[in-house]
Design a binder for this molecule. Structure first.
Ligand code: PLP
Length: 394
């Protein structure tokens, strides 16, 4: 056996990608599979964004750019923060990366020392703990149940902080729950953070525009005094249906952004030049292209949440945004005599061909995550299959 690094042995492959691949394999083998695993809008990238990229290719904009992003895209990002979030950043406070994933990866490597603790409320986006582990930090998982709408409370935060805590990760709207932190909830968290000046915040706002519950606030909006210790992470992947283009961005204190840029300069260098032009068009262009997508997500949210709640033994809270339903399936797991939601998702895939991601992957078991970024008719089919299968359990 080849000896591999302890670092790589400490992590696991992304479970959401694993479900997506398993579903694709079964599909290729001729099975009638509905994949509800991938966190990816089914919409096409808007035409004006594609046109900008095509023009970039034809104009020869196909060479290295500055590691931290083109001046044009950074300007568009600065304008976006001002327009949508009322936040002011200078160019040296912005880093453009190959997707939101790389933004967080850069942060972990630039900011975390071995043994440093990072507080991650669960259920969480699958990559946070593993990226902290790669940086040899310690993920401190705080379970946030359904009764608190899957959000960390001020009391929980206070209890989780130790002298070793370096970072708190907040993700709103959330993957996998679709929940959004209210102004009041963020204010209460900020109050705790004020007592612990060594703790920084990563605010992952990746799903910001995909919401139906009123205005959006991140922690800096409600606590401007935390500006100097907050990294705001965002990107075009989900909002503009641009997952394959690989553009995310980070904004925060210049010294941290500079360190993250150094990490990126020794890994990928700049994100793809062509994608940067596309992202600039997305941020500077008409924002009303988002509206039909958001309306579709809301319609599907209602369809899926109502459909799930109509199944005996399954229950699901209404979400505020994103495109995920995080449904409790504990009674069904019990009725089947299974041990975990992971076993349930295997049972479901074999029995019905519907692929979902088990809650275990997100650090809070007893649930399944359904991504409803897919056609209404497909969702209706999936709901019917799940209902029939669960109704048939005796
Ligand atoms: N942050 C959250 C909460 C996500 O769900 C995702 C994607 O699944 C990302 C960041 C990363 O997005 P990207 O595709 O831009 O790397």
């Amino acid at each position: 056996d080849v000896r591999l690094s302890d670092r790589v042995n400490s992590i696991k492959p992304s479970p959401t990608l694993a479900v997506t691949n398993k579903a694709a394999e079964l599909k290729a083998a001729g099975h009638n599979i509905i994949g509800l695993g991938a966190g990816e809008p089914d919409f096409d990238t808007p035409q004006h964004i594609k046109d900008a990229a095509i023009a970039a290719i034809n104009n020869g904009f196909t060479k290295y750019t500055a590691v931290d992003g083109t001046p044009g895209l950074k300007k568009a990002i600065i304008a976006k923060f001002k327009r949508d979030n009322n936040l002011d950043y200078a160019a040296n406070q912005i880093l453009v990366s190959c997707g939101g994933k790389q933004s967080f990866f850069n942060l972990a490597l630039a900011f975390i020392n071995p043994g440093d603790e990072v507080i991650i409320p669960a259920p969480y986006w699958v990559s946070y703990p593993d990226m902290v582990l790669i940086a040899e930090g310690v993920p401190v998982i705080v379970k946030c149940g359904e009764e608190q709408r899957f959000k960390i409370t001020a009391e929980q935060l206070e209890a989780a902080i130790t002298p070793k805590t370096r970072l708190l990760v907040l993700n709103s709207p959330s993957n996998p729950t679709g929940m959004i932190y209210t102004k009041e909830e963020l204010k209460a968290l900020a109050e705790v953070l004020r007592r612990h000046p060594q703790v920084y915040v990563a605010s992952d706002d990746m799903y910001e525009p995909i919401r139906w519950s009123g205005p959006f606030y991140n922690i800096v909006n409600v606590a401007p005094d935390l500006y100097d210790r907050t990294l705001v992470l965002n990107g075009v992947s989900k909002a503009y249906a641009m997952t394959g283009w690989r553009i995310g961005y980070a904004a925060g204190p210049a010294s941290i952004i500079k360190a993250m840029t150094k990490v990126q300069s020794q890994s990928t260098s700049n994100p793809t030049s062509i994608s940067q032009v596309a992202a600039e068009a997305a941020l500077n262009g008409p924002q009303d292209v988002l509206q039909p997508m958001i309306e579709a997500f809301k319609r599907r949210h209602d369809l899926v949440v109502n459909g799930l709640n109509a199944i005996n033994g399954i229950s699901c809270l209404d979400a505020d945004g994103a495109f995920y339903a995080y449904a409790s399936i504990r009674p069904v797991i019990r009725a089947l005599g299974l041990k975990s939601c992971t076993e349930f998702s295997e049972w479901l895939l074999n029995k019905t061909g519907v692929a979902v991601v088990p809650g275990d992957a997100f650090g809070l078991g007893g649930y399944m995550r359904i991504s409803y970024a897919t056609a209404d008719s497909v969702l209706e089919d999936a709901l019917k299959r799940i209902k029939d299968a669960v109704d048939s359990i005796d």
